[in-house]
Write a protein that binds this ligand. Structure first.
Ligand code: PLP
Length: 383
């Protein structure tokens, strides 16, 4: 046991997240119920499971029967293998020259994004005297990763890669939440055309997958095919759709609560300036609580003078600038607040709640970025 493990057992935390294993499990079940038994659900646990902790989240999902997990890069896949994960692991955004050997050695399945990389995987597999599995990503209009070649060229490359089995074709949507554009339908149509063209050329992978959270939650069934890849929904979030979207068909709840300790409480007279830049001037006498968390923990700096936290079941506004390790809140309305109390930065107390979407709106960002922004130094507790 290192020194920090000892410290951990001696004191509560400055700032921590509580992740509900049961809620992660329930969200996974809700997705499985919605898509039905014929559609495989591959939870996305990249970016340390959107900061919920990939090892622990993956353990919960594997116990609940997940057969596939998706990560972004090889390092994330290796970390899961080292922690004992036995599911298939899809690495969605790697195949850098220096990670290829580890990909194969750790039984990770790469997504291949170009025909040159497919040939390279074939060469590596031959060298290792093994057959490599991969998923091939088609760029149907996202304009980021994926093959954008004509179907004949794709078929030729797959047939030439004798040591590779392309077990799935996949694509990714650029605007799935936007029902005001035809981009998603156009992408689906191009994907289907590519699949049909490849089939005609004798290439018929077992599996097709296109959908992240949004097309699952809004029941865009045509894009479910054999597998779906939800990330956000596993953690309890579905972004709102734009335009004439069908009703949301998925009920999930946030699994993460983020809390911080009160480091100091003080009273200041009317007219006092609070924090860097004197960004806030107290209009009347104010009771301040200084929280032991700041932007280095992931509280967006843009919440300066505009966000709130929950103190004893009531909203308390953030006053002044969020600083690196500290954030000041106005607890005039909760005068009982004392040093060592815990406040809620993200979560629910009684009937008051703040979620990542609300924080994102105030901070001018997206909920994904709020979750991924929770820094590694914020301790994680599983409940
Ligand atoms: C991150 C990611 C997902 C999951 O997206 P969510 O919106 O979080 O469900 C699915 N597919 C790919 C290719 C991704 O990069």
């Amino acid at each position: 046991m290192g020194q920090s493990a000892k410290l951990d057992s001696m004191m509560p935390y400055r700032s921590w997240v509580e992740v509900s294993r049961a809620q992660i499990g329930a969200n996974f079940e809700a997705i499985r119920q919605l898509v039905g038994a014929d559609v495989e659900v591959m939870p996305v646990v990249k970016a340390d499971a959107y900061r919920h902790g990939a090892v622990e989240v993956s353990r919960v999902l594997e116990e609940r029967g997940a057969r596939w997990l998706a990560v972004s890069n090889t390092e994330e896949g290796v970390a899961l293998r080292d922690a004992g994960t036995r599911t298939r692991i899809l690495v969605m955004a790697d195949f850098l020259p220096f990670t290829r050997e580890a990909l194969l050695a750790y039984n990770l399945t790469p997504v291949i994004h170009s025909l040159a990389d497919l040939a390279e995987l074939d060469r590596l597999a031959a060298q290792r005297n093994q057959r490599a599995l991969c998923h091939l990503k088609i760029d149907t209009g996202m304009g980021r990763l994926g093959v954008r070649a004509d179907t004949a060229a794709i078929a030729e490359a797959i047939l030439a890669a004798k040591n590779v089995e392309v077990e799935a074709l996949m694509t990714h949507f650029a605007s799935a939440a936007n029902y005001q554009t035809s981009q998603t339908d156009d992408q689906i149509a191009l994907f289907e055309k590519t699949v049909a063209g490849l089939a005609a050329a004798g290439v018929e992978p077992n599996l097709l997958h296109l959908s992240s959270t949004i097309p699952v939650a809004y029941r865009r069934k045509r894009s479910w095919r054999g597998m779906v890849r939800p990330g956000h929904a596993i953690y309890g979030y579905v972004s709102p759709a734009r335009g004439h979207a069908p009703a949301r068909a998925l009920a999930v709840k946030p699994a993460l609560t983020w809390r911080a300790s009160v480091l100091s409480v003080k009273d200041l007279p009317a007219g006092s300036l609070i924090g860097y830049g004197g960004m806030f001037r107290a209009p009347q006498p104010i009771r301040l609580a200084i929280l032991a968390a700041g932007y280095a923990d992931g509280i967006p700096h843009r919440l300066s003078n505009r966000g709130s936290v929950i103190v004893n079941g009531k909203l308390a506004p953030i006053v002044g600038a969020v600083s690196m390790d500290l954030t000041s809140i106005d607890v005039t309305g909760s005068p009982e607040t004392k040093v060592g109390d815990a406040v809620t930065l993200l979560g629910t107390e009684g009937d008051v709640s703040i979620d990542a979407q609300e924080i994102a709106k105030l901070a001018g960002t997206i909920s994904y970025s709020v979750l991924c922004g929770i820094h590694a130094r914020v301790k994680r507790i599983y409940v």
